[in-house]
Design a protein. Structure first.
Length: 440
């Protein structure tokens, strides 16, 4: 392994309208702006909910903005001077034609040695280790390109920094406790990439080799090379999942379902046999592979979905029969068409009427079924949040289940597919703001 990752530090979005996207995250998704970097050339807003931090960066218009060759050749840290050159600090440099989630930033203990090791393994750096400072201390960071579309990783060491976020950012608002029970989002649960065909195996190897990620299996029937393949009834999807093995989360209080402070990574590929689908749509509209969605972990998905729904967030919903009918065979049969989950929802101790207004899906871990401590997870998916049909968010509550619900993936797939078909019939992009597929 080349780089030891301590934890996920933040995720960067690059958008044409920072205020609009930040406002969406704040007014709808209940994030709070806690730091800002505003200069005549840059606008960066940092928003937080629990330990989930997004930085919303302004997307440069006009000529692509790149670091110059001179800057790339500088290897040893250059104290403090660099920040004058950068329109957007911490990994938001590269030009991209549409709004996008461009960077997953990891905290590491030693940026220099991690970067050197990654470079020796052939990784491409957009920025060598660089120091920036302000009155609250110093931070070292570098930026490495990933092997997935436009996604980059900033590696940052904040151990010598006492400020509210990162050098150059000013605190905004007052620190509050995030203890609001109506929206207990605590952290990023997973990041899902939309990948081009047959690229998942190489991507997995890249993360294993360079960052010590570990593969984990979504299904017992999953093949090591092929991943988890869903290829029937109109669903053509290959999923491969991995997580990073965190190294030093000592002192961090962990939630019972949170294994250390890890965040899972899921690679989704579309399979050609079943026709065009949501992964293809992402690749088209995003103009390449990238981050398709991010799962936000919540301790109470019903309360969170209610709060977000009242604030205007729109969710995908399965057909009403999902909550009113039961399909006993569904759990043991991987090819039959799903009808309903009423009984499964009740058996898990939930009321279908509480889940249906928001389109919340429930999936029991098949192998734990009938055991006294039934393991399941609850998920709900939002409509895309940028102009293009690309990036969306997900809420996830885990009740002992650590993977991804096979049944939920099918239910989500169908509701997204129905929505895409509807949009195609309308031929209007503003349909995504309507209440279609929504029961609330
Ligand atoms: O189930 C999840 O939350 C996943 O992240 C898996 C997944 C990935 C891509 C899709 O288009 C649909 C589902
Ligand atoms: Fe997901």
């Amino acid at each position: 392994m080349a780089a030891y990752l301590n934890r996920l530090h933040h995720i960067s979005l690059r958008v044409s309208n920072v205020d609009k996207v930040a406002h969406e995250l704040v007014s709808r998704f209940q994030f709070r702006v806690f730091a800002a970097r505003l200069t005549d050339r840059a606008k960066q807003l940092a928003v937080r909910r629990g330990s989930a931090v997004f930085v919303v960066n302004e997307r440069a218009r006009g000529a692509p903005q790149r670091l110059t060759g001179h800057e790339s050749r500088v290897w040893s840290p250059v104290a403090g001077k660099h920040h004058q050159h950068f329109r957007n600090l911490y990994g938001a440099h590269a030009h991209y034609p549409v709004d996008t989630v461009s960077n997953v930033c990891f905290e590491v203990s030693d940026v220099e040695s991690s970067s050197r090791a990654l470079r020796d393994r052939g990784c491409e750096f957009l920025l060598p280790p660089t120091e920036v400072y302000d009155d609250s201390g110093t931070v070292t960071y570098s930026i490495v390109r990933s092997v997935v579309g436009n996604v980059c990783h900033t590696l940052v060491d904040t151990s010598r920094y006492r400020g509210v976020f990162l050098p150059g950012f000013c605190p905004v608002g007052t620190e509050d406790s995030d203890s609001d029970r109506s929206c207990p989002i605590t952290h990023f649960d997973h990041i899902t990439y939309a990948c081009t065909r047959r690229s998942s195996a190489d991507i997995t190897r890249w993360y294993e080799k360079n960052f010590g990620f570990q593969r984990f299996f979504i299904s017992r029937n999953e093949d090591v090379e092929d991943g988890y393949v869903l290829n029937h009834n109109g669903i053509g999807l290959r999923l491969t999942a991995m997580q990073y093995w965190k190294c030093s989360a000592s002192g961090v209080k962990l939630h019972r379902d949170q294994k250390e402070t890890d965040c899972k990574f899921v690679m989704a590929e579309s399979l050609p046999e079943q026709g065009s689908n949501q992964v293809d749509t992402f690749l088209d509209e995003h103009r390449g592979a990238g981050i398709q969605h991010i799962g936000l972990y919540t301790e109470d998905i019903v309360a969170t979905a209610r709060t977000l729904s009242r604030a205007g967030v729109r969710f995908f919903s399965p057909p009403p029969t999902y909550y009113t009918e039961s399909n006993e065979n569904e759990r043991s049969c991987c090819v039959c068409v799903q009808v309903g989950k009423q009984q499964e929802i009740r058996e898990a101790g939930h009321d279908p009427h509480m889940l249906s207004p928001y389109g919340i899906l429930l999936d029991t871990d098949v192998h734990a079924h009938n055991s006294p401590s039934q393991r399941y997870l609850l998920q709900v998916f939002t409509k895309p949040i940028f102009e293009e049909d690309t990036f969306f968010l997900e809420l996830i509550e885990r009740r002992g289940a650590t993977g991804f619900g096979e049944g939920n993936i099918r239910a989500l797939w169908r509701s997204v597919q129905a929505y895409m078909n509807e949009e195609q019939e309308c031929g209007q992009s503003d349909c995504k703001n309507t209440q279609s597929g929504q029961h609330s």
